[in-house]
Design a protein around this ligand. Sequence first.
Ligand SMILES: C[S@@+](CC[C@H](N)C(=O)[O-])C[C@H]1O[C@@H](n2cnc3c(N)ncnc32)[C@H](O)[C@@H]1O
Length: 300
Amino acid sequence: MQIGAFWFNLLYIEMAPIFGPTHTNRKSFSMSSSSPYSSEQFVNDEADNEISRLEDQARVRWPQEVVVLRNAGLQAGNSIADIGCGPGIITEFLAKEVEESGLVLGIENNEKLCNLAKTRNASYNQVQIINNDACGLTDVKDNSFDFAYTRFVLQHLPDPNKLLTEAIRILKPGGKLIVMDVDDSLFHITPYHEGMTQFLFEASKGQNKYGGDRYIGHKIPCMMFDAGFTEIHASVYTFTSKNITPNQFLDITTKFKLELLDPALKDWGENMLNEVYRKSQEGAFFGSAGVYCVVGEKAL
Ligand SMILES: C[S@@+](CC[C@H](N)C(=O)[O-])C[C@H]1O[C@@H](n2cnc3c(N)ncnc32)[C@H](O)[C@@H]1O
């Protein structure tokens, strides 16, 4: 494989310390050794907090993402599969991009989220939502989409290659897959807190337990190559605390990871995070998280 075929385009961080308001007390959702998005986990009110987090994250990140999608060629009239669409927030943004002449197929295996996505997008004729496992898209025909987008999904899968294989199958020749996902090795806060590195490591171990990978970002280009994609271009985008408060940054990127910790480490994690939130109010704070975006094409 020729690594030279990938374009790594690192966008540098603009420094902007922010002094924020008081700490919001949003709870995270419950988790066990099964995936956080498995149906049994998404049955109570705490799931609403995760949905709010996804909303905040989507709203903050979308201006950057839509540029990537448009540069890849997405326009009115196109068809796009939103793989692992969750509550359909991004699905709605995509519906506006492809307009009524296009098609957005939201694919989600969690029934509750699938229903939320249907309700949210009920007024868009161009949107269809299906309750299907993205690793076995039995209801979706070969060669049928111009684009596929999968956002913060691969990190949750025990075998992400299965999703990539399905994505390339359902794309038309010349169609493009855009993958957006995390890599916690790119996470930093200033002032530095020595507990944060350990916290990220422990949270990652928690996600590994059900087969997930919080360091998947840098592995995606090679995975896409192995799945048969060509013209692979990878970029790293920084999501920072610029223009949002320290609390918002920490809520979106970090607080939910408490639930990934081993129960024996919960108190330690909570105390450490409370200290980080508190310190972020006391002076200058800057946080940055890296998100990998990889675009690949199905050969003609
Ligand atoms: C972090 S959420 C991201 C949701 C949405 N893509 C977004 O960015 O707002 C991950 C989503 O992937 C879904 N998911 C995980 N594994 C899946 C699978 N095998 N098939 C379909 N959806 C899956 C989860 O249920 C969840 O809705």
